[in-house]
Design a protein around this ligand. Sequence first.
Ligand code: 6GU
Length: 252
Amino acid sequence: MRVDIISIFPEYFAPLDVSLMGKARERGILDIRLHQLRDWTHDVHKTVDDTPYGGGPGMVMKPEIWGEAIDAVVAAALAERGVPGEPRMIVPTPSGRPFTQEVALEYAEEPWLLFAPARYEGIDSRVMAEYGSRLRVDEVGIGDYVLAGGEAAVLVMIEAVARLLPGVLGNARSVTDDSFAPGVMANLLEGPVYTKPPVWRGHEVPEVLLSGHHGKIARWRRDEALRRTLEKRPELASRLDPATLDAYDRKV
Ligand code: 6GU
């Protein structure tokens, strides 16, 4: 997967060299390219923002700079061999469509993502209008809180998407067994997990997990998942249907 990120803080993305994503990049599964937005400014101060029309607090990112940057990044990628079609453009904003596991799975199918994280109050809306008529543009938020900029949201989204790419996780079952994984795990949180030793500081591993009885273990995990979901996310539990829980028993 090819990923382009245009930001005034490209150094923010250093964590993409670490751990699973670092490995995915080394193996060529993830091809991440960072671009400094200020490279497309024309004034000595490299200004990327201006005051908002209509007044109000904060600053808005100027459309011309983003336009030149996106055009150049897309053209350069297309000029390189091997970059297919056009990118899916993702603009992080708390006022966007909620980023969920379903959206992560959708993005994992894309050969090329282009992230445009903003600072300040956001990007002049005409940028999304302009590219919305040329590319598929998503304004996406990662939760109901406000970050200082979209960069952290891009890290979150890339990590959620990258671990779904074939060859990134050691065990493909990890993906299907996740909380929120489609099918059995949709709307269900994963229950607790344990490893050796069987007793630690007086806390025992639930006996059923040591029983070797796969049917009972599956049933226990389903009960724990349901218990946890009811406790922590009652609104998810209300979306569960009985078939989901029955399927969980067959999953083991
Ligand atoms: Cl995508 N950006 C910002 N700045 N804040 C957020 C967000 C995104 N998602 C939740 N809060």
